[in-house]
Ligand binder design. Structure first.
Ligand code: TXA
Ligand code: MG
Length: 331
């Protein structure tokens, strides 16, 4: 079995992989095996993992030490591939034709029954997709043959890395390999535009400018400076919320409750249905299962979901952050 967990001791050094054909092949192999590989794009270095592998995606969050599950960008080599993971309308199609490959990320609806990890979308019904232009990123994506989830390859709260040295400093002991492709040309994260609604909304400014996009698709609402606009994407509040009410820190389930458990199922179970996030109490596995289990319990038709306590350490911080949002009163 592949070990997807991010090493958190200082013992491990990442493989430094050159941008030769053999290096690209090795990077592709590691990604297909569920490992974490940092690689250059034209904007910043990305911390890549197979976007269809829940545990590999969970390992990204563990490595970054992010206390929240922010949705991630799925990277693909071309528009044809992008169209198999996201629903493209005319606007998305026109922007892709003009700006891809390049520093533009589009948030589009996610098809039902997508094989992409729900963790990549943080449980949302949308998916952020980008076709990077960097030749090394292109080669890796083609060789991997999988959509690759990749946030900037830095620890949470640190600045985005534009050289392999930055990645090594920030994540050196937490990544399996770094593809050493030199300095990133743009040096600033991609422009993010949300096309899930009738109005196009700029979620993050970047090298592709609003004016350039407006020429193709008409008005783009700028979220910056507009008090009615969504907060900056890092603080997105539009997370998937289950229909069922969520009760936290439950030691048992009541008769009408579904039960989301963690760790060995030792107790007598009295509720409607039960799913275990991780029998072994593994937080990485629990993160990987979180959104799909919440959805499954919700779809079971239960009105209430009880959730066992999850330790407030490592990935448990992000899991609990998400669960607290799910349990918060709805307006
Ligand atoms: O330039 C870049 O975009 C780099 C390189 C590696 O491609 N990646 C990057 O990823 O900056 P990250 O995770 O640091 O930023 C992704 C941004 C976040 O602000 C996130 O909130 C937003 O995209 N995002 C991702 N999926 C989204 C979604 N479904 N809905 C709304 N925003 C989303
Ligand atoms: Mg980032």
């Amino acid at each position: 079995m592949t070990d997807h967990s991010a090493p958190d001791t200082g013992e491990k050094r990442p493989a430094l992989i050159p941008t030769t054909p053999a290096g690209i092949a090795q990077a592709g192999e590691l990604l297909r095996a569920g490992r974490l590989v940092a690689f250059p794009t034209e904007t910043v270095y990305g911390l890549g993992a197979d976007a269809t592998d829940d545990r590999a995606v969970a390992a990204i969050f563990a490595a970054k030490g992010r206390p929240q599950f922010n949705p991630l960008i799925a990277h693909v080599p071309d528009l044809a591939s992008a169209q198999s993971w996201g629903l493209f309308d005319d606007r998305a199609h026109d922007l892709a034709t003009q700006f891809w490959p390049g520093p533009l990320t589009m948030v589009v609806p996610r098809p039902a029954n997508s094989a992409l990890s729900l963790l990549v979308s943080a449980g949302l019904d949308s998916i952020a997709i980008r076709v990077p232009g960097h030749p090394v990123a292109q080669a890796i994506l083609r060789t991997a043959g999988k959509p690759i989830a990749a946030p900037s390859a830095n620890r949470s709260g640190a600045v985005s890395p534009t050289t392999p040295h930055h990645v090594l400093e920030s994540l050196g002991d937490r990544v399996d390999a770094i593809v050493t492709g030199g300095k990133c040309m743009v040096g600033l994260e991609s422009t993010v535009i949300d096309l899930t609604g009738p109005e196009a909304v700029l979620l993050r400014p970047g090298a592709v400018l609003p004016d350039e996009m407006e020429r193709l698709i008409g008005p783009v609402r700028l979220s910056a400076g507009d008090p009615t606009a969504p907060k900056s994407p890092g603080q997105l509040e539009s997370h998937y919320a289950p229909n069922a009410a969520v009760r936290l820190n439950a030691s048992s389930a009541e008769e009408d409750e579904a039960f989301l458990t963690f760790g060995p199922d030792r107790f007598v179970f009295g509720g409607t249905t039960r799913l275990n996030l991780s029998l072994e109490g593994d937080l990485n596995e629990a993160a990987a299962n979180l959104f799909s289990h919440l959805r499954s319990l919700d779809q079971s038709g239960t009105r209430r979901i009880a959730v066992m306590p999850i330790p407030e350490v490592g990935l448990g911080l992000a899991i609990n952050d998400r669960l607290r949002r799910a349990a918060a009163p709805r307006s």
